[in-house]
Write a protein that binds this ligand. Structure first.
Ligand code: IVH
Length: 708
């Protein structure tokens, strides 16, 4: 993790500068994707749902503030991780999406308001909502043709899941044949597979007795039990199911959410008994309180309450935003806390040298996950909370990747505990650790940073990992694990070494193919993957350099503005003179602030970096940047809606326009491309006519975007 993002990770989303926001979005994309892989592909999450949700929420909040910084690989655009390789892949014709979160009553009120506002006045004022427990298991889609179970699939990444038909057939709660005579020809039932606390405890006790490793929590156990290649193992695990949604359907048995849920119940599915219809926000909040009160005696894990708009026609019109429906929200229960002992305080060194303190804890289970580490953020935080080795502390899994230390239980402090003295030296290389002083504010940075640069092994390895990361060189077969091993063995010490690996391998007496875990084929594959990356796009190349504050978006901006690496390099060298035209030009790029500009100039002024760059140029050829194509006739166009529209509410019209890549403006100017005028359009229409702009009727607009 970079030092910049470390520092930014503690700043509230609404206080981040643009540069910090960019660094944070980059960190969050990487973190969320890592947790997705741990959760979905390995069934071995490191954080609680609350922790994960907090990451997602923070990402969404930052994106809402800086829509221009939304990354192409943003977590908001996807759900979960790609399916594992062992099961056959199944495409979901109707994607299996996720839910937005509400954490307070206020968030719920806003959700209800948002839903009502989406429609024309009067249309949805009395809209009802279904409230039901959010089951903490794993979702599956069950396809029934003529009432017969044909296919069971996991969610996977939401678009593609795994074929687990043989496994779901072993679950008693899932009927092989639907009951009743109103079963549609085709119907995909969706819901949650879970394990009860009692079955989980029993299974773990049996495993322990057999000397096998025990499971961490019921959810992972359920997931692991379902995704068994040998379905007889699934059959031996007691799994349960609740139906709460559906996918593709040739017909629907009702026109409300509750109606369809009841129909699924009549077909033979277990339906959660706490599900109910609410007629107001007050009833929704009361349902939440009741379900939360019931939580402890349910015997299975739930982590909140889901509210869904009851009328299906309204659901359809509300549609989806990125990964979640606009017609539903999950009202989560508060984060769980626990008390444990700090055994040690360790200093970790990040890619940019940030020295980050981490509390090593007496392991403790919080919300079903074993916690061993907690973040202490920085020197000042340790001092402020006065956390000492030996202290008993309250930790909480909520707002970050690893849990936070909330406070110290002073009554339990051992007499011998001394205040923690933050080291002034880097633990990895012994170089001085300094706190930079911001030239503008004169304030000390909260982060202490190692000054060892390229000589610091912690930074070198982290830089190499960044260099091969997904948005950088992304070399197949060369991930963080291999980089660490190669660095340790002296095979790869700096980026350019990656590209000379094959030639050196032919000469060494310890060739890669003879190393444990490698063979002729895997070594040959790696060399081929490396060769393929010798021609790399300029933006990836720039990003790979790991310049402070330069994330994917900035790298792309630079690639677009300078087109070739030689031009960028020459300009950055010239820009070290702050009076130069080059420095002014760099600062004038929309999206590049002074902090980024200075970081770039500093990078290219550093002799070590230039050496590393020259070595790289001998091996790789960054390709000039080519801009992407547009996708719809209105992509990049500015549109103004005026007057009262017949078929769309204003909110719906805006969302639709944005979906097709258009920008919606509030007032007409010479920059407006289209004015969509409804009934009784007034001054805006007049102005549009005066300016000679394209004026469209609502129908013409719908035809233009292909929805006519
Ligand atoms: S509705 C299109 N209802 O929560 C909406 N989801 O965070 C689909 N979940 O992927 C989801 N209980 O695995 C819905 N009563 C419930 C749920 C529920 C648990 C899970 C489900 C979903 C995730 C979203």
């Amino acid at each position: 993790m970079s030092g910049a993002s470390n520092a930014a990770s503690r700043i509230p989303a609404n206080e981040l500068s643009k540069a910090q926001a960019e660094a944070e979005l980059e960190r969050l994309a990487a973190e969320i994707s890592r947790h997705d892989a741990l959760y979905y592909a390995k069934d071995a999450p490191e954080i609680s749902d609350a922790g994960y949700d907090a990451l997602r929420r923070r990402n969404d909040a930052i994106e809402a503030r800086f829509p221009e910084l939304v990354r192409p690989d943003s977590p908001s655009g996807r759900v979960g991780a790609a399916p594992s390789e062992q099961f056959a892949k199944i495409s979901h014709t109707v994607p299996m999406l996720s839910l937005g979160n509400a954490f307070s009553d206020e968030d719920v009120r806003e959700f209800v308001e948002r839903v009502r506002r989406f429609f024309k006045k009067g249309e949805a004022d009395s809209a009802r909502f279904v409230a039901e427990p959010k089951i903490d298991g794993l979702s599956v889609s069950l396809r029934y043709e003529k009432g017969e179970l044909k296919l069971g699939a996991t969610r996977g990444d939401g678009a593609t899941g795994e074929n687990v038909t043989a496994n779901v057939r072993t679950i008693g709660d899932i009927p092989g044949q639907l009951a009743g005579d109103n079963v549609p020809d085709l119907f995909e039932v969706r819901g949650e597979i879970f394990m009860t606390h009692a079955d989980f405890t029993e299974l773990n006790a049996a495993r322990e007795a057999a000397g096998k490793q025990t499971y961490v929590n019921p959810r992972n156990t359920a997931a692991g039990s379902l995704r068994q290649l040998d379905a007889s193992i699934t059959a031996a695990r007691k799994l349960h199911f609740f139906a709460y949604a559906w996918g593709e359907a040739s017909a629907l048995p009702a026109d409300t959410q509750m109606g369809v849920i009841e129909a699924m119940g009549a077909w033979g599915f277990p339906i959660n008994p706490l599900t109910r219809v609410c007629r107001s926000v007050e009833e929704m909040l009361a349902a939440h309180a009741e379900i939360e009160a019931a939580r402890a005696r349910l015997g299975y894990d739930i982590d909140g309450v889901v509210y869904k708009v009851d009328r299906l026609d309204l659901q359809e019109r509300l549609g989806f935003v990125s990964r979640a429906p606009r017609w539903a929200i999950a009202h989560k229960f508060p984060a769980e806390k626990a008390t444990t002992v700090v055994k040690d305080i360790e200093i970790q060194v990040g890619r940019t040298g940030a020295l980050t303190p981490v509390a090593k804890l007496e392991p403790i289970t919080v919300g079903g996950v074993v916690v061993r580490n907690a973040s202490l953020h920085n020197e000042d935080e340790i001092a402020r909370k006065d956390v000492r080795i030996g202290d008993t502390v309250v930790i909480q899994r909520a707002g970050d990747v690893i849990p936070q230390v909330l406070s110290v239980v002073l009554d339990k402090r051992p007499k011998a505990a001394n205040p923690f003295v933050f080291p002034k030296q880097c633990p990895a290389c012994g170089s001085r650790g300094v706190r930079e002083v911001n030239p503008k504010t004169g304030k000390e940075d909260v982060v202490r940073r190692c000054t060892g640069g390229l000589i610091c092994p912690a930074q070198a390895v982290e830089r190499l990992k960044h260099f091969v990361s997904r948005n950088a060189f992304d070399i197949e077969g060369l991930g963080a694990k291999q980089i660490e091993a190669f660095y340790e063995e002296g095979r790869v010490m700096r980026p350019a070494d990656i590209f000379t690996l094959e030639v050196r391998n032919a000469r060494t007496d310890k060739p890669l193919q003879e190393k444990e875990g490698w063979g002729e084929q895997s070594a040959a594959n790696l060399f081929a993957a490396i060769r393929e990356r010798r021609a790399i796009s300029l933006d990836r190349f720039i990003y790979a350099l790991g310049i402070r504050h330069v994330g994917v978006t900035t790298a792309r901006l630079l690639a677009k503005n300078y087109s070739a690496i030689e031009a960028l390099r020459a300009a950055m060298v010239a820009a070290s003179d702050h009076e130069s035209a080059e420095y002014a030009e760099l600062n004038a790029i929309d999206g590049i602030g002074q902090v980024m500009a200075d970081a770039l100039v500093e990078f290219f002024a550093e002799a070590h970096n230039i050496e590393a760059l020259d070595a790289l140029f001998a091996e790789v050829a960054p390709q000039p940047f080519v801009a992407e194509e547009t996708e719809s006739p209105v992509t990049g166009k500015t549109v103004v809606f005026t007057g009262s529209l017949e078929r769309l509410s204003r909110s719906e019209a805006k969302v639709m326009a944005e979906r097709y890549g258009a920008k919606v403006a509030g007032s007409v100017s010479a920059k407006t491309d289209y004015v969509v005028a409804g009934e009784a359009a007034g001054s805006k229409l007049k102005k549009a006519e005066e300016l000679g702009l394209r004026v469209l009727t609502e129908d013409e607009w719908l035809t233009l975007v292909g929805e006519g």
